[in-house]
Design a protein around this ligand. Structure first.
Ligand code: SF4
Length: 278
């Protein structure tokens, strides 16, 4: 890398494609790619090494559902071993107490995706799995065990009028990200008319929760190009053209080569508050 100072300090590694939920706004379905099997752990380690050498400080494992990655515990442990702050963002449906205990010492942050306090709203969104997720139990355990808690909420047509203040106040996350549902061609465009929210509607949701100190709102323009993202094949990607644009595979190429193939916007990363105390 020629200019290390311009590299992103944080990244989201969408390490596995499958998910056991079908959220209508999901921008990471990766339906535009054919993935055969899961990424070998050795390749994931090469990618983490390259990112760390380039200046990365924090890695978030996402998916699909990252707990479906068969090496999730090992890859988190390796990321921690090489000196990265570690995080996952999970839908919570597969997260057990035993798993949480097993993550102690290697996993710093746990992000849970929660869009509503209402079961039927989650059903409408498609945020449902075979077994109903006991969010209150998970949030309480995450806090009790000393992980840093993050909650991710996507604001869409189904939850735009919701008041989540009671839940957020009760569990007091370090960060509560509220995203305006973002249309991405090839990922969620087929259902997007059903779930989209206007700028005004998103603003009203943020206004309703403005006393929450952990709230980090992100409207569409705060997201596009402002995230360093890696897909389940190990390619960097971004959405500045309204569709995923992918680089070559990071495990087979240099970071500078891959970065030249996509259009990341460090100013958007900074503007959205990409650097914070982690
Ligand atoms: S849980 Fe996350 S990855 Fe799975 S469908 Fe929903 S938004 Fe997408």
């Amino acid at each position: 890398m020629k200019k290390k100072t311009k590299f992103f300090e944080t990244a989201s590694f969408h390490i596995v494609k499958p998910c056991n939920m079908k959220c209508k706004f999901c921008y990471a379905t990766f339906d535009d790619m054919r993935v055969v099997g899961q990424m070998p752990l050795a390749e994931a380690k090469i990618i983490l090494d390259k990112l760390k050498d380039a200046g990365l400080q924090k890695i978030t494992f996402a998916g699909g559902e990252p707990l479906l990655y068969k090496h999730i515990k090992e890859v988190i442990g390796y990321a921690k071993y090489i000196g990265l702050t570690t995080s996952i963002i999970t839908n919570g449906s597969l997260l057990t107490n035993e798993m949480l205990i097993g993550f102690i010492g290697t996993l710093d942050w746990i992000g849970i995706s929660i869009d509503s306090t209402n079961f039927s709203t989650h059903n409408q969104i498609g945020r449902k799995s075979k077994k109903e997720v006991d969010y209150r139990y998970l949030l309480a355990r995450i806090n009790q065990l000393g992980f840093k808690l993050k909650i991710n909420t996507v604001v869409c047509s189904y939850n735009k009028n919701e008041d989540m203040n009671t839940l957020i106040s009760e569990f007091n996350p370090s960060r509560w990200k509220a995203f305006q549902a973002l249309r991405v061609e090839g990922q969620n465009d087929k259902l997007f008319d059903e779930i989209k929210v206007s700028d005004c509607e998103f603003k009203a949701f943020v206004e309703r929760h403005k006393t929450q100190k952990s709230l980090v709102p992100e409207k569409n323009e705060d997201m596009i190009g402002g995230y360093l993202l890696i897909d389940p094949q190990g390619r960097l990607f971004e959405d500045t053209k309204g569709i995923h644009t992918y680089s070559d595979k990071l495990q087979d190429n240099s970071i500078s080569h891959c970065l030249r193939q996509i259009n990341l916007k460090r100013n958007v990363f900074i503007r959205r508050g990409g650097i914070y105390k982690w």
